[in-house]
Structure formats: C-alpha cells, structure tokens
Design a protein around this ligand. Structure first.
Ligand SMILES: [Fe+2]
Ligand SMILES: [Fe+2]
Length: 287
C-alpha cells in the first residue's frame, strides 16, 4: 500500500507513543467474563432502543479482526519494505496487538452481555449474525498513514463519547458498568491516536494538514456501506445516547488543531485554517 512518497512516522516519534500506551495499557486490565457483575442484571429495564444500540455497537466492535488486518497490510514487516520500515512497523505492532486485544474484548464483552441479558436467543445465533458481517469486504479507504490514524482518532472519540452518553441514559446496572469500562478503554485509545496525529504534524508540518482535512470531510462510521439498514440504525442508535452527536468527533478534531496552533507557531496559520475548513465542510460553522 505504501510507495516512496508515503509519509511514514519515523521510529523516534512512534516509539515513545507506543511505549507510553503500553505502559498504561498493561496495567489497565479487566476481565471480559468476570469483571462485569452478573448479579443485579435486570433485563426488563433495557428498552428496545437500547437493545438495538447494543446490537449495533457489537457489530462495530466485532469487526476488530478486519481492522487489525487492514493495519497489518498497511504496516507490514518484511523484506518488501526493508529493515528501517520493518523496525517501525514492528514497533507499531506492539501497539496493534494490545489495541486489538482491547477492541476484541469489547466485542466479546458486548456479545456475552447480549446473551446473558436475553437480547439474543443464544450465542450461536449471535455468532452467525456477527460473522455474516465480518466476512464482507472491508476497506478503510485513504492511502496515507496519517489519514488512517486520523480516521481512527475520530472513530475512537466517537465510541468513547457514545458509550459515555449511553451509559448515562441506561438504567440496567450491569450494562451501565460495562459501558463505562468500554468508554475508559476508548479514551486511552483516543489519547494514543491524538499523540500520533501530533507527531505527524511535528514531523511533517503543514504537508499533512490537507490529508487530515480530507478524512474529516469524508468521515463515516465503519460498516456504513455494508451493514444492512445502516442509516436508519445509526439515527436510532444516536437517539439512545442523549448528548452524543455524529459530528462531535469532527468538532473535537477541529478544536484540537486549533489548540495546537498555540504550540506550533510556524504552522499556526495553517492549523487554524485547516481547523476552520474542517468545520466549514461539515456545516459546523457559518461562512
Ligand atoms: Fe472498542
Ligand atoms: Fe477503541
């Protein structure tokens, strides 16, 4: 996927971010089967809308094998990319597997919850439903590494806010606890991708800003093109989590770029301009 002109993040930028992530992640464990209590589970207090929302989130989380696969293809270790890139991609792998474990834990914890609370008939039927989505063609789109990281920045923020807002609305105590565990993990993921974006800007300056802007102009949740009835389901799921809006991650990205301008005087004007363009192209700012 890479060519000579691809902007890759040099190892000196990447290593501290991965190390910092794993230093925290290695101590942030919870058990998908036992940490979330089963006593007190009260399925009658889950609304139909909330059940649908949980089912939707399970689909998104359950796509983890495909997300990781996509990253592995983009950041391979092998002779075809040479030693230097392989060292960087090996470093990224330290993050990738850990992140993958955490996202996979989300998928399975949600699936377990669906079974225990009776949202689904049984584990087998849920597994089949999930795998039917998993086997579909999956492309994240975007050619440049900084764009893949920007996309994931948005996605991590979206899931973090969504779980927080849904947790507030949910009455069922076990689900509330589970959602807060998920939100905590998503918040760590978001911090990592924020660090990566900042590192790209520190390394390449304004060259990466149009690439970031392009992603913000075409942002869609994963599976929007494959999950049946996606648009209707996405609207309904948003309704279940008061305070969440699809555009919040975009606003946060724009605000982040704006705030970086204070620390990066040489790119301040470009950062502010990109931030403004992102808001404009998403109808978040009036001309
Ligand atoms: Fe997740
Ligand atoms: Fe995440």
């Amino acid at each position: 996927m890479n060519n000579e002109n691809t902007l890759n993040l040099p190892i000196k930028y990447l290593r501290p971010l991965v190390t910092q992530y794993n230093q925290i992640a290695d101590s942030s464990n919870w058990n998908r089967f036992t940490t979330i209590p089963t006593e007190g589970l009260n399925p009658d207090s889950i609304s139909d809308g909330q059940k649908e929302a949980i089912a939707f989130c399970t689909f998104i989380e359950d796509h983890t094998p495909r997300y990781i696969e996509d990253y592995r293809k983009r950041f391979p270790i092998g002779e075809e990319v040479g030693i230097e890139r392989s060292i960087s991609n090996r470093e990224l792998f330290h993050f990738l597997v850990r992140w993958g474990v955490e996202e996979d834990r989300h998928a399975q914890a949600l699936a377990v919850y669906q079974v225990r609370s009776g949202i689904v008939r049984n584990q087998e039927s849920l597994e089949e439903e999930l795998i039917r989505e998993n086997v579909k063609e999956f492309h994240l789109g975007f050619a440049e590494p900084v764009q893949v990281f920007t996309y994931t920045f948005l996605q991590e923020k979206a899931t973090q806010i969504y779980y927080q807002c849904l947790a507030k609305a949910v009455k069922e105590p076990v689900l509330k606890t589970l959602l807060l565990y998920l939100a905590k993990d998503e918040s760590r993921h978001f911090s990592f991708f924020t660090g990566v974006l900042d590192a790209f800007i520190a390394c390449y300056g304004k060259r990466v800003l149009p690439l970031i802007q392009e992603v913000a102009g075409n942002y869609r949740m994963p599976l929007f093109s494959t999950l049946p009835d996606y648009a209707r389901r996405a609207i309904r799921m948003a309704r279940e989590a008061p305070g969440y809006s699809r555009k919040m991650p975009i606003q946060i990205l724009a605000a982040h770029l704006e705030s970086l301008s204070a620390h990066m005087p040489e790119w301040a004007r470009d950062l502010r301009e990109t931030s403004r363009n992102i808001l404009l192209q998403n109808n978040l700012l009036k001309n």
